[in-house]
Design a protein around this ligand. Structure first.
Ligand SMILES: *Cc1c(COP(=O)(O)O)cnc(C)c1O
Length: 369
């Protein structure tokens, strides 16, 4: 893992890469008492051409700064963040994603994090903090974008020495298609003026109860609704998209807008919007606008609902096969097996960039050492 510490008097220390292991922090540390924590999530891809790539890491760097600012943590300049990320990946990724054909099309998940470590028990802006980046190895049985066609995934995990990063347990592996359970009115993820648009840890712990309830009932994620109108916002920790035919017969791709601040602006969301607006994956009208559950139910009942999917670094592009809205079940057909046709096209295009099937400005090549 990579670590750097900060204090109000001396600023950021020189970062170092050390074996993965426990951190020493005080029980009174600000992050433990007051949730002064923010994080990022991105992947490093071993391309089909053997090269290592990050996907739009500049966007993560900017969001990390936004989240840290929201939770009163020090700023980490985006340019410096990107340099550290690249250095870390250049050193560590080759151990986990060796440059041989078996590992092409695989990825490593990266989790940059910042925590407030100051030990004054009163609530105040942390005067000490720590930033770290850990890598999470994703085992071969996890369905991810890389685990497709050309990759037999038969290789055992490489051993990278004593510093074994945490694995993603199979039970929490992203499904390639998902069933969503709409949230109840007494459980909301985020609200206007809140912090749902920042990647701060405080957004996530309180959603575990609803998430486990969904799991217990056979659903993969919660479809988070907002307000008495039941506006759709996000699907679990991923942004929500749907493709429908409007009453006027127009094929429209809809995702909820960012204005209210109840949605996390995903790098994947932004990329899907840009790709679809450029017309690269089919001819649809792209709208960022509010959509009520009522409108979705009518579209479904009138046969106008074509597809729904969730997008994010972890789940990538996962088609929704079912939405349960307070007992009403919307069953969405998946015409490509586990996926809808439109979602498959979007996924294929982005995967092409991530794994270097074609050159694109969103791919950030990393020279390994
Ligand atoms: C991280 C996250 C996303 C997805 O963002 P990406 O940058 O695409 O990975 C969406 N919603 C929430 C709540 C998130 O935390």
């Amino acid at each position: 893992m990579l670590t750097a510490t900060w204090s109000i008097s001396s600023g950021w220390s020189a970062p170092s890469i050390v074996p993965y292991g426990p951190l020493a922090i005080q029980p009174a540390a600000s992050c433990l008492q007051y949730a002064t924590e923010c994080f990022e999530g991105l992947k490093c891809y071993r391309g089909h051409d053997g090269r290592l790539r990050l996907f739009r890491p500049q966007v993560n760097a900017a969001r990390f700064l936004k989240s840290a600012t929201r939770i009163a943590l020090p700023s980490f300049p985006p340019d410096e963040f990107l340099k550290l990320l690249v250095k870390f990946v250049a050193h560590e990724a080759p151990k986990w994603l060796p440059n041989n054909p078996d590992w092409r099309g695989r990825f490593l998940y990266l989790r940059p994090t910042m925590i407030g470590t100051s030990i004054k028990i009163g609530l105040q802006r942390p005067d000490e903090a720590m930033m770290f980046i850990v890598a999470v190895f994703v085992p071969a049985d996890v369905n991810g974008p890389g685990n497709s066609a050309s990759n037999p995934n038969s290789s055992p995990a490489p051993t990278a020495g004593p510093s074994t990063p945490p694995e993603v347990p199979s039970a929490t592996s992203p499904p390639t298609r998902m069933k969503l359970l709409a949230s109840k009115q007494d459980m909301i993820r985020a609200w206007p003026g809140g912090f749902g648009s920042s990647k701060v840890g405080a957004n996530y712990g309180p959603t575990i109860v609803a998430q486990s309830e969904a799991r217990r009932r056979g659903y993969d994620q919660v479809l988070w609704l907002f307000g008495p109108e039941d506006y759709v916002t996000e699907a679990g920790l991923a942004n929500f998209f749907m493709l429908w035919t409007t009453k006027d017969g127009i094929k429209e791709l809809v995702t909820p807008p960012l204005e209210l601040g109840v949605i996390l602006e995903g790098v994947t969301r932004r990329s899907v919007l840009e790709v679809c607006r450029s017309g690269k994956v089919g001819d649809v009208v792209v709208s960022e606008r509010k959509a009520k559950m009522d409108e979705i139910v009518s579209a479904y009942e009138e046969g106008r609902m074509l597809e729904a999917f969730a997008v994010g670094t972890a789940v990538f592009v996962a088609s929704v096969s079912e939405i349960d809205f307070r007992g009403k079940k919307l069953i969405l057909p998946l015409d490509r097996g586990d996926s809808g046709g439109f979602a498959t096209a979007v996924k294929g295009y982005l995967e092409g960039i991530m794994f270097g099937r074609f050159g694109h400005k969103w791919a950030h090549l990393v020279e390994e050492v």
